[in-house]
Design a protein around this ligand. Structure first.
Ligand SMILES: *Cc1c(COP(=O)(O)O)cnc(C)c1O
Length: 399
């Protein structure tokens, strides 16, 4: 209420999201319950965040143990659990050092700062341009929305931060421009998540990496959505046989506990020295404990062990594709999946919710599926049955 004036639209929470009319209160595994007690199959995982399902026992236990020890201390002291998480992340990646923060946007901010200071250290008077791609998404802070190649994210926030040049994703012709632009870095999603679940073409990425190597241009891979097993491997870059210079992580890293990370290789990582960057909460003991338990579980129980479920879901989706004219394509990687439809995707999201299934969109005509990586066969069947019914109803067929 503002000045006693009742307005049903104004709530004390700022109006920045298009919210569905339910209040989620509880979750376990692949299911969530709202305040009315209604149960939903969750194929959103808090947008690729709860990759181990809701309230996973292993992370809960790690958090409980850490709750009894130390909640927070500043980064002016060494934090053992943070060092353990950094050590495991560098062991399983081609990276050497990690900077911890609290979100995907912050991880990308750190990557942009690192690329700039690295270029500054190497050569003076460089024009510090970073190439990004149209339809990309890198975050909502001023630097990362400037990096994002979507007008709808940038509209109304001028002046944007200078220093970004947008090329067309998967376009071989546009790659030729890179040598003319001579950027300090290229920032890339290997599957554009928010932009429509569009995987990068393998040959195109190879060509891009060759150009970067030849011209000493850093390759930053934004794995905020694709990382932590989401695409079938721990990091999506593994499937492209490439080694980025910088990788950013967040969403799935803490199983729902907020944490972000920016990983970098050798000399690039060392461009950050005391005083160049920082974060009060970054890599805080609770967040690091959640991250450590998550990564350990992904290594021991998920990566390379859920291929069967991934194949099963894709096969079922391909059957749906054959049966329904509404579906025009299935795209994505692993459990980051886009169903391209020739109708308004929001309509399907709403219909699914009414049938007790939560799904997402990625743009106007793409339904996005992000089931937990712990998804079971009977849960996949439940989703397929519900979605099949919704499509038949929409197509006006009687089932
Ligand atoms: C979600 C996302 C971000 C932003 O992460 P926040 O934690 O919301 O700041 C950045 N990049 C990609 C690819 C994302 O999917």
């Amino acid at each position: 209420m503002l000045n006693g004036v009742l307005d049903p639209i104004i709530t004390p929470v700022m109006n920045t999201y298009q919210r569905a009319p339910i209040h989620l209160q509880k979750g376990k595994g692949s299911y969530v319950w709202d305040m009315e007690g209604d149960k939903y199959l969750d194929f959103t995982s808090g947008i690729a965040t709860c990759n181990l399902g809701h309230v996973p026992d292993t992370v809960k236990k790690a958090l409980e143990e850490q709750l009894d020890m130390l909640w927070h201390c500043s980064n002016l002291y060494h934090i053992h659990v943070q060092e353990k998480l950094a050590s495991i992340l560098t062991d399983i990646s081609c990276m050497d050092q990690v900077f911890f923060c609290n979100s995907g946007a912050e991880a990308n901010e750190a990557a942009i700062k690192l690329a700039r200071i690295n270029a500054n250290n190497l050569k003076k008077n460089v024009s510090p341009v970073i190439v990004t791609f149209k339809q990309s998404f890198h975050g909502r802070t001023l630097a990362t929305l400037s990096a994002t190649g979507q007008a709808k994210v940038q509209k109304g926030f001028d002046p944007l931060m200078p220093g970004f040049h947008y090329l067309t994703y998967n376009d071989a012709q546009d790659l030729k421009e890179i040598e003319t632009i001579c950027p300090i870095a290229v920032m890339l999603e290997l599957v554009q998540g928010e932009g429509g679940v569009i995987p990068a073409n393998k040959e195109w990425v190879k060509e891009l990496v060759t150009i970067c190597k030849k011209n000493n241009i850093l390759l930053i891979v934004d794995e905020v959505q694709t990382g932590m097993g989401r695409t079938g491997t721990m990091f999506a870059y593994e499937q492209y046989d490439i080694e980025p210079d910088i990788v950013t992580l967040a969403k799935g890293l803490g199983s729902g506990f907020p944490i972000g990370a920016m990983l970098a290789k050798g000399s690039v990582a060392q461009a950050f020295v005391p005083g160049t960057h920082g974060s009060t909460f970054g890599g805080n003991p609770l967040a690091a404990a959640a991250g450590l338990a998550t990564v350990k579980f992904l290594i021991s129980h998920i990566i390379s062990k859920n291929n069967e479920m991934i194949t099963y879901l894709w096969n079922q989706l391909n059957h749906l594709n054959e049966a329904h004219p509404t579906i025009t394509a299935i795209q994505g990687k692993g459990l980051l999946i886009g169903i391209v439809v020739d109708c308004n995707a929001n309509q399907l999201v709403e219909a699914a919710r009414k049938k007790g299934v939560l799904i997402l969109t990625a743009g106007q005509n793409v339904v996005r599926l992000l089931p937990p990586l712990t998804i079971r066969k009977e849960e996949i069947d439940q989703f397929i049955n519900s979605f099949n019914k919704i499509l038949y109803e929409m197509e006006g067929c009687i089932q």
